[in-house]
Design a protein around this ligand. Structure first.
Ligand SMILES: [Zn+2]
Ligand SMILES: [Zn+2]
Length: 204
């Protein structure tokens, strides 16, 4: 049919397929633009995709699933309970084009705004980000979400007076205990640093 002569409508079908792909690529480009001009629908798409993680990725806390192209989890794009047709098409095209984060133009500011949890550019084992006592403290008490947040926490442990003692009396540890209720600031600062250091150099 697609190879049929134009008179039989074969050519038109090819054109429609090509045009639909071109439209989807346009969507994908806007979806993957992470600057201030990111369209509202892309934010909605992020939420929809976050709710549809693959079974293997269900251990990734839904609250920290933001964007599967910036993080190491995937939305379910085939089968029951998968994404709607438009998003499915977009994911398919992204796979076909081999979209990778390195190819995306991400400004330094945007890098700081990226979610640190399950960061796609992290060279660490994903377990680094899994739920445990310190990671839960980082999320709930320190409200650490972004690369920029991890940078701030990392800096807190870089003063001369700071020690790795649980009861360290330095200003950063004392302030952190008071402000967030964290019982082990050094462990949290150190974990934030490990996550930050695990990111590929060009990413932050
Ligand atoms: Zn300290
Ligand atoms: Zn803590």
């Amino acid at each position: 049919m697609v190879y049929a002569p134009r008179d039989d409508g074969g050519r038109d079908l090819l054109d429609i397929v090509a045009r639909n792909e071109a439209i989807t690529v346009t969507w994908l480009k806007s979806y993957l633009s992470f600057g201030e001009d990111r369209p509202l629908w892309a934010l909605v798409a992020d939420e929809v995709m976050a709710k549809k993680a693959l079974a293997d990725d269900l251990s990734v806390d839904e609250a920290i699933r933001r964007n599967m192209y910036l993080q190491s989890w995937r939305a379910k794009a085939v089968g029951e309970g998968s994404l709607g047709n438009d998003l499915k098409r977009m994911v398919k095209i992204a796979d076909k084009l081999g979209v990778r984060q390195e190819a995306l133009a991400v400004s330094r500011d945007a890098q700081r705004q990226a979610i640190i949890w399950y960061h796609k550019q992290s060279t660490a084992n994903r377990q680094l980000f899994n739920a445990n006592r310190v990671n839960d403290c980082l999320k709930r008490k320190h409200k650490m979400m972004l690369v920029g947040d991890a940078e701030i926490l990392t800096r807190k442990a870089q003063t001369n007076r700071h020690t790795s003692r649980r009861d360290c009396k330095c200003i950063a540890c004392s302030d952190t205990r008071t402000a967030s209720g964290c019982a082990h600031p050094n462990q949290c600062f150190a974990k934030a640093r490990t996550m930050l250091m695990s990111l590929l150099p060009k990413c932050c």
